[in-house]
Design a protein around this ligand. Structure first.
Ligand code: HEC
Length: 102
């Protein structure tokens, strides 16, 4: 007798995305933090400039949104609770400065 399995859903966001234990060195620059923590999913900072790796949606282009995103994560993006507020803000500035606008 055949068994039909239903679609498998992630029932909690935490189980999907989880959180990252990554913690940058205190004096790490935003570029270093990006390369270490974000580039694996969002592409290198060079690609970021070319816009192939990582686009921040126009309505999300504020430092406050990015700072919150890093802290909270998303559907598939882990939360980075060990990245300090100062580093999150620096990352937001870095990302906004490297966004291609088109
Ligand atoms: C495991 C892969 C992964 C890592 C690591 C990761 N992200 Fe993400 N990120 C995603 C995915 C997938 C999305 C879009 C879906 C979602 O929100 O989960 C996203 C979305 C975002 C967004 C929102 C873009 C938009 O327009 O809505 C920002 C900002 C962001 N990431 C910043 C970062 C930063 C900064 C880091 C490093 C601290 C980082 N991400 C690390 C996978 C990742």
């Amino acid at each position: 007798m055949k068994r039909i399995f239903g679609l498998f859903f992630c029932t909690t966001l935490a189980a999907c995305a989880g959180s990252s234990g990554y913690q940058p060195a205190l004096d790490a620059s935003a570029k270093v933090v990006f390369d270490q923590a974000c580039a694996s999913c969002h592409g290198s900072s060079k690609k970021l400039e070319a816009g192939t790796g990582f686009q921040i949606a126009a309505e999300h282009q504020s430092a406050a949104f990015i700072v919150a995103k890093i802290a909270k994560g998303g559907m598939t993006m882990p939360a980075f609770s060990n990245i300090s507020e100062a580093h999150r803000t620096a990352l937001a500035d870095y990302l906004l400065a490297h966004q291609s606008h088109h």
